[in-house]
Design a protein. Structure first.
Length: 318
């Protein structure tokens, strides 16, 4: 009940305004990333793409979170060490620093805690920090880079600190919708603007707002209708926050995903079951809002969602 009340409150609060001023809108522009420690960010970038973080030197963070494809791998379930499949869809790494917590179930409080997960997961990277540290210390260039940034060299804490510094800069500002929010009324079309209005009128905005257009709250998947009743098999990962809290109210509750760059991150939902934006928008409106959307409305909302694709390092994401 508290989750539903929160959603209704946010919808009523945010649906009051349709002004173009970003200060009056429920969605805010993404800020430009701060690059005040370029050496640490560069080290984090190298570690993010380093396969030696995995047990058999084949899997890096970028294997599941490719920066050339929206920060994901576009698989329903990612492939880890020795070809093993994970239990849940990999979320995008872009704008992950804006999330309230990390992972679908929010089990990591921050990006540093999140980095512990894949490295130590037997199905993902299948390694551990002592093993990783031993391998990196055999590389003189890593020894030099860590000694430049840290007084105590290569440690698990410092590896994570470098990766976090890099991930904090994986922001994607200057989407066409951000340009619209900051005063450029020609940045989006009339149809895309109509899609945004429908996005608010249907109530999607109740869970998808803020700079990341999501990522800042938890919500049950299937508020108005039982989404999981139609699945042949319910897996452990489908239980969401329940796996962390053990509270029945948290069954099927997940962190609301960001909609930034959503056109690039298919397939959708925690189980990767929806392959197109039209499918997932229609599904969400039915199961989360209890409404049967008009086909033309779904198409207009999808047009709006495509305006949320931003830029990385000054270049549009593709």
């Amino acid at each position: 009940m508290p989750i539903i009340i929160t959603a209704i409150f946010l919808f009523l609060f945010y649906s009051q305004s349709y002004a173009t001023n970003s200060l009056n809108e429920p969605i805010q522009p993404i800020p430009e990333p701060k690059t005040n420690n370029t050496k640490l960010i560069k080290l984090g970038n190298r570690l993010f793409h380093e396969p030696r973080l995995s047990g058999n030197n084949t899997i890096s963070c970028a294997s599941c979170h490719s920066l050339s494809s929206g920060g994901v791998d576009n698989q329903a379930f990612s492939t880890g060490i020795n070809g093993q499949k994970g239990p849940i869809n990999s979320p995008t790494v872009f704008n992950s620093s804006l999330n309230i917590k990390q992972f679908w179930d929010g089990r990591a409080l921050n990006l540093a805690e999140q980095a512990d997960g894949p490295v130590n997961n037997k199905k993902e990277m299948g390694s551990n920090w002592p093993q990783v540290i031993k391998k990196l210390k055999q590389d003189p260039s890593y020894l030099s880079d860590f000694n430049t940034s840290f007084t105590d060299g290569i440690t698990a804490h410092n590896i994570k600190a470098a990766i976090v510094a890099f991930e904090n800069n994986l922001l994607t500002p200057n989407s066409r919708f951000d340009q619209y929010l900051t005063g450029n009324n020609n940045a989006i079309t009339k149809e895309e603007l109509q899609g945004y209005i429908l996005f608010k009128e249907y109530g999607c905005i109740s869970c998808h707002q803020g700079r990341a257009v999501g990522g800042n709250m938890f919500q049950k998947l299937g508020i108005m209708q039982d989404y999981f009743s139609e699945k042949e098999t319910i897996h452990q990962a489908d239980l969401g926050r329940f796996n962390i809290t053990g509270q029945q109210a948290d069954r099927f509750v997940f962190k609301v995903p960001s909609l930034r760059n959503i056109e690039l991150t298919a397939p959708y939902l925690d189980d990767g079951s929806k392959e197109t934006l039209n499918d997932v928008v229609e599904t969400m409106i039915i199961y989360q809002l209890g409404i049967s959307p008009l086909e033309k409305d779904t198409q207009l909302i999808v047009k709006f969602l495509k305006t949320l694709t931003g830029e990385y390092q000054g270049k549009p994401l593709k």
